[in-house]
Design a protein. Structure first.
Lengths: 244, 244
């Protein structure tokens, strides 16, 4: 059976202006690979209602799951929750369960609830809350879209809250062989080998190290025997210059 | 006059599997901001012909410029050039100018030309070559799409080759004020202040440092006077806890 598919939507002007380097995509990509869910596409859009709405609609229609990061805080530029409610035609307002979570946390911490903080309790009708063990203000899941915060510590905690509830496919196995020769030397035999092993995905990832070109050849399959056969075939073709 | 707009398309299974952490988006975002070109959207797609073709068509129709990274090497999974030729309905084959560049480089370096390396001379009809001072194999510009390599050292060199030929808008000025208080404390006055300064874009970017919440407030405008007025207004509102 094919693995479930997923997309990520990163929301934030600060990524597109180069002010902030996104780290959530890389984190999520690794987590999904471990969970045998195939991340097929990622997008980054600005803090713009229509851009968020359109991207969520397109991605939710195309893939099994969509994970978003960013734009669910208390400030005027945090418009993700409203844009996503709009994308699904749902009503949105302060929801009592989310407000109660925040109020209890603020009472414990001596923080004053105010109108801005109350914005973080705006949850679309019918959405399920995502637990936030770091700063309490919850994310939410609406249909197949999981809406999470952008601050990495909070995003990562929310991913840990959401993923156990999502069913993955067969775990993907992988082997990497580093070849200290440029891709152009090995591309021909590599292509022939890849064609002989249809159950194995073979990728070549070039690098430059100390001014020399090399390639990491990555073999991926959910079939352990097929994977080993492809690696063995490759090592026969590459008698020199590789490091298993 | 509004700044020119741009999108980035990152092409590569290795980013979506979490094997590789992309750095090209962050680099390009900073370069475009410096050049007064507004990066409006970014996407990451797999090494898949239809995914690349569709994304390029959508992005090229929507924005003034599209910058791609990845998938133009010599191996069987490098399919970007063919997918982009297809996106524009152009014929693609080994082109003599690109072949000559590669041949001269290989002759100088004692490298053998072979069928795989010749793949890197596949350039769509009508495209302009992008200089690659690192490893010679060129990128290309076709209509408003700039097609570049994924290896960061090569991508960055190609961006340096392309950007001087693109006209930017008015340089964007920015000021950042770090506030050592959580966003929820300041969001109300911040929103009122932002509304009073329509020529200035005001963003709030939360962080967690030593278990304490803080926010960087970023002011952006191409009008220096308007920018300073907004910052001054903000500082009046925030008598404590900020670091200019």
């Amino acid at each position: 059976m094919a693995n479930p598919t997923a997309a990520m939507l990163v929301i934030g002007d600060e990524i597109l202006s180069g002010r902030t380097r996104d780290s959530n995509l890389h984190f999520l990509a690794q987590q999904l690979t471990d969970a045998a869910i195939d991340l097929k596409e990622a997008r980054v859009v600005a803090d713009d209602h229509d851009a968020i709405k359109t991207a969520v609609q397109e991605l939710a229609a195309r893939w099994d799951h969509v994970f978003t990061s960013g734009g669910i805080g208390p400030t005027h530029d945090d418009i993700t929750a409203d844009a996503i409610a709009d994308a699904f035609g749902r009503h949105i307002d302060v929801r009592e369960d989310a407000r109660a979570l925040l109020q209890a946390y603020y009472d414990r911490s001596g923080i004053t609830m105010n109108e801005s903080r109350l914005r973080m309790a705006r949850i679309p009708d019918g959405a399920t809350l995502i637990d936030n063990p770091v700063s309490v203000a919850p994310g939410f899941t609406i249909e197949n879209v999981h809406v999470m915060a952008g601050v990495p510590a909070v995003f990562e905690a929310m991913v840990a809250s959401v993923l156990p509830g999502i069913k993955g496919g067969d775990p993907l196995l992988s082997r990497t062989i580093r070849v200290n020769r440029p891709e152009g030397d090995i591309a021909g035999p590599l292509a022939e080998m890849a064609a002989r092993h249809p159950k194995v995905s073979v990728g070549s990832y070039p690098f430059i190290l100390n001014s020399r070109f090399g390639s990491n050849i990555v073999f991926r399959s959910s079939d352990a025997q097929a994977l080993e056969a492809a690696v063995k075939d490759f090592l026969t073709l590459m008698p020199e210059g590789f490091e298993p």
